[in-house]
Design a protein around this ligand. Sequence first.
Ligand code: ADP
Ligand code: 5GP
Length: 203
Amino acid sequence: MNRGRILIISGPSGSGKSSIINYILSEVDNSTLSISTTSRDIRDGEIDGMDYNFVTKDEFQNMIEEKRFLEYESVHGNFYGTDREFVEEALEFGKLLVFDVDTRGRESIMKFYSDIAVTLFVTTPSREILEERLRGRGTETEEQVQKRLQNAIEEMREMKNFDYFIVNDDLDRAKEEAIQVATLSALKPTISLSTAMLELWEM
Ligand code: ADP
Ligand code: 5GP
């Protein structure tokens, strides 16, 4: 029986997903990040193999051909993909697997794992605040900031499809709300769990 659970987190770039996810990973026992593969440049402070597996565009193409990805997308001009084997292994170990993916990634992952997944959308109180935070992070060029701000609207249109949402105004409050959602994800009655319990009751 697959004992693991999935928490999918999406939201505009700069809304605070990474900050919130790092907190979940430090506070929730047995939680682990689905480490994506990306062709984007590594940022200061990021660690290859921990934040992402960083590869070249050619390496990414080869991985597509080898069918290594559960899903992949081109986001803000770079490739990002979810490692199929990594996901299966983590779920077999009964982990709470946390995904930081765009809203199309959410849709793809739900096709495979809707039974065990809970989805959370993170956003800021306004577009202006998002812009401020993106610039404040100082990791993107002006052109990249503009691209991410444009894409933010597309992401916001998808908010309605998520189970929960957090407006990341005060970070401490947002982190606590995320812990509540992570806790709730363990209380989702998956099909395999419901079947196993029913069998016990009928004995
Ligand atoms: P994402 O992973 O969604 O792109 P980050 O977690 O990198 O977003 O956050 C974007 C920037 O905003 C970072 O510099 C982060 O430290 C900062 N930040 C996150 N949440 C808040 C908050 N509530 N108030 C102020 N700054 C924040
Ligand atoms: P960043 O470059 O800021 O780390 O991420 C940019 C966007 O790519 C974010 O919206 C993030 O959620 C998304 N992303 C990261 N990894 C994946 C992935 O494996 N699949 C998909 N579909 N999106 C991803």
